[in-house]
Write a protein that binds this ligand. Structure first.
Ligand code: SF4
Length: 342
């Protein structure tokens, strides 16, 4: 082996991946590529319509964090077909792809029950739909919604994605999230008992409220620390959630966070800092947790900061190289800690 080759073994997951990627999990399950199709839910959110707030979360875009959701009107089936057609380049060489209709924007389970029933049932009944996925908040899951989703889960697998972002209630309140963190594990338990898969979303790089003090580099608001970020990841996995989505904090034009950023109240992470934090999270995850995302997508036209995140491929490559450099695989640090405790 020459000096340029990496002597560390590749990761234990499919294709030598160092973490348990959702795309690989789905491919192994269905024997073909499975693509998620982001659809508009037709719902609003209790954090916008006055039920628990009006301004929304400080980081949330006017599109309700569904900037790429297919929302061209018509039926759900037409929306699925349009979203699938947009993937035609990616689908070349994949003769029989399947899809997961994903109701992404706002709080998909906040629409009237009859609307949810109609839209979710049409989506899951699409002949190319392998599963159904729905994004929402833990406080938008009344019993009748759980019952609806449980019924659908008897047809095909259903996943509910819950936007936690942070388990720190002070930071969450500062971000105007509008519900207490203890609702998250309660929602996961209810969903799992109903046979529904769960994913928790977290954001890396959130600014803290003023009482947490200023940043060492002089910004009035400090960013959440490594330990605080790991605490959120642990909170998600300890809840029993099947999967995790790790998002970078994007500052988007048109959000209250953008105004704070322009006033110089906080800074966003560098690529090096973000990659390091993602590696820290991954090495502390349980081995079986499915990792749905290690960065995020933001529309370039409204992405204020960090601009480096616009090049998603570069970000993913950078994170993967950092994992290689550190010799990190999912759960490696967690296993070490457990061995020490035994
Ligand atoms: S992030 Fe979700 S909960 Fe927060 S305002 Fe946007 S849609 Fe509502």
């Amino acid at each position: 082996m020459n000096g340029n080759e990496d002597s560390r073994p590749a990761g234990p997951y499919a294709g030598g991946a160092r973490y348990n990627k959702t795309g690989d999990v789905l491919k192994a399950k269905y024997g073909t590529k499975v693509y998620r199709l982001a659809l508009s839910s037709g719902a609003t959110c209790p954090n916008r319509d006055g039920k628990c707030g009006t301004g929304g979360c400080l980081f949330c875009s006017p599109a309700g964090s569904g900037d790429f959701a297919e929302s061209g009107g018509g039926s759900v089936t037409e929306a699925i077909d349009r979203a699938a057609a947009l993937l035609k380049n990616k689908l070349k060489g994949c003769p029989a792809p399947l899809f997961i209709p994903y109701f992404q924007d706002f709080s998909a389970t906040y629409a009237p029950l009859a609307v949810q029933r109609e839209r979710f049932t049409e989506a899951i009944s699409h002949p190319l739909a392998a599963e159904l996925s729905v994004a929402t908040r833990p406080d938008c899951l009344p019993d009748e919604v759980i019952e609806l989703l449980a019924g659908l889960a008897r047809l095909k697998p259903v996943t509910v994605e819950l936007g936690l972002q942070t388990r720190d209630d002070c930071v969450a309140a500062f971000m105007n999230r509008g519900y207490p963190s203890n609702l998250f594990p309660e929602a996961v338990a209810k969903l799992k008992a109903a046979g529904i898969q769960t994913v928790g979303h977290m954001i890396v790089g959130l600014p803290c409220p003023p009482q947490y003090g200023s940043s060492p580099d002089g910004f009035p608001l400090r960013t959440q620390s490594r330990d605080e970020i790991l605490d959120t990841a642990n909170f998600i996995t300890a809840s029993g959630a099947d999967g995790i989505k790790i998002h970078l904090l994007h500052v988007l034009e048109g959000t209250p966070l953008a105004e704070m950023y322009k006033k110089g109240l906080f800074r966003t992470l560098s690529l090096e800092e973000y990659a390091g934090l993602v590696c820290d999270i991954i090495e502390n995850l349980p081995e079986e947790t499915v990792v749905h995302r290690i960065t995020g997508d933001a529309p370039k036209s409204i992405l204020l900061s960090p601009r480096w995140s616009a090049d998603k491929k570069k970000v993913l490559n950078f994170i993967n190289r950092e994992m290689e450099r550190r010799g990190v695989v999912q759960g490696s640090r967690r296993r070490e800690l457990m061995n020490v405790q035994e």
